[in-house]
Design a protein around this ligand. Structure first.
Ligand code: GTP
Ligand code: MG
Length: 379
């Protein structure tokens, strides 16, 4: 064996065929378990884990035994867009599936800087002190561009990040919300298999983020802060309707009376809206991630919610519907992708668009023309 058979230092941890010049053809998987290059392998489990490509069972065993390194690598695998990795990730997920689902999935949204990460740190520490294991994930497609909020989150969750009972993963980088959402859902399953009983998903309240997070969690918490004037201004009514609880954060120091006033405003507004979850009245509370005030109360109301929704079957039904909807949305996404990449469609797309815009072809007929091009060529 020569050094050439091994992953070079500069290669990403989960590389694909693009590094084939350094990997002998057919090596992937087949050489699993062989020692590293002469003189390199110290024989320790750690060095083996680092050097060789992992089999799906290695991932599964590692995750189930709560090995943090393998947990991180499995998530990297799930986040990879290389076809080989997608396939292996699915194999790992299939094997993990019986060990998933035994968690509470909580989504937290709110205005930028409202204190979501600080609240997650406070709530996470509170839960760890009570013997729970916590995973923190983030959905923020925009952060992959700025990178700013990842840094922010890490410093905001310093205490939590140091605890072995917690696992924090920033938003997967790159791509549209759909891709980020898939990766986060699958990361959630992996964390569950690794024994994390509470999954906290942070998202900043912009665009479609909230709807996406709502579709993957059991409980959705909207974090607000007391503003200068009308508290309800600028908040989309739709987001309030998604929430299972509203918490007015930063209710500390001089800000306390204003937070309480905001709480009452939200409570009033909720009178006129349908609750997000059948059989549950959306509460509005105040809290401070800084002092910890109100954090135990937030957890208590989440527990009450879980009890009620377990008893009336809403919890189970929501999870089932979420899994089905997720599957269907992936089918739709893939079909759309196939359609807009299809050569026969591409060939006439521009002229068909122009014909519709200049009103020489009705939109319905134009759509039919494109669909015919797609279907005929596929037969
Ligand atoms: N006084 C006070 N400040 C707080 C509280 N919670 C958070 N902050 C501060 O508010 C700022 C933003 O907090 P973050 O936790 O990063 O807020 P975030 O909502 O996660 O922010 P983004 O992820 O950037 O949208 C920080 O300076 C915090 O220290 C609180 O309860 N009281
Ligand atoms: Mg944050």
């Amino acid at each position: 064996m020569t050094d050439k058979k091994h992953k070079p230092e500069w290669a990403p941890e989960q590389h694909g065929e693009e590094f084939a010049s350094s990997v002998l053809k057919g090596v992937e998987g087949g050489h699993d378990g062989l020692p590293g290059a002469p003189g390199e392998n110290t024989g320790s489990a750690k060095s083996l884990r680092k050097r060789r490509p992992l089999q799906s069972d290695d991932y599964v065993r590692g995750i189930l035994s709560r090995d943090r390194t393998l947990l991180g690598r499995a998530i990297t695998l799930v986040e990879s867009n290389a076809p080989g990795h997608i396939q292996q990730a699915q194999e790992v997920l299939r094997k993990l599936l019986p060990h998933t689902g035994n968690s509470v999935r909580i989504g937290i949204t709110g205005v930028p800087g409202g204190g979501k990460s600080s609240l997650i740190e406070a709530l996470g520490m509170y839960l760890i002190e009570r013997g729970r294991r916590v995973a923190v994930l983030a959905i923020d497609p925009s952060s992959s561009i700025s990178g700013g909020s990842i840094l922010g989150d890490k410093t905001r969750m310093e205490k939590l990040a140091r605890r072995p009972e917690s696992f924090i993963r920033p938003s997967p980088s790159g791509g549209a919300l759909g891709g980020v959402a898939r990766k986060t859902r699958e990361t959630m399953l992996i964390c569950e298999a690794a024994g994390h009983e509470v999954i906290l998903v942070e998202t900043v309240g912009v665009g479609q983020n909230e709807i996406t997070v709502r579709s993957m969690v059991d409980f959705f918490l909207l974090l607000q802060i007391a503003g200068g004037g009308d508290e309800l201004q600028g908040i989309k009514k739709g987001v309030i309707e998604l929430a299972d609880a509203i918490a007015i954060n930063k209710a500390d120091g001089d800000n306390q009376p204003r937070a309480e006033a905001a709480r009452q405003d939200f409570e009033m507004a909720l009178h006129y809206l349908a609750p997000a979850t059948e059989g549950w009245k959306t509460p509005v509370v105040t809290c401070s991630a800084l002092t910890g005030a109100g954090i135990p109360e937030i957890w208590a109301l989440i527990e009450k919610f879980l009890q009620i929704t377990a008893d009336n079957g809403v919890f189970q039904r929501r999870r089932q519907a979420q899994a089905r909807d997720w599957m269907l949305s992936m089918v739709k996404e893939r079909l759309e992708d196939l359609f807009f990449r299809h050569p026969a469609v591409l060939q006439i797309l521009e002229e068909t668009e122009a014909a519709v815009m200049s009103e020489t072809l009705p939109a319905t007929a134009a759509a039919q023309r494109l669909l015919d091009a797609f279907e005929n060529r596929r037969r």
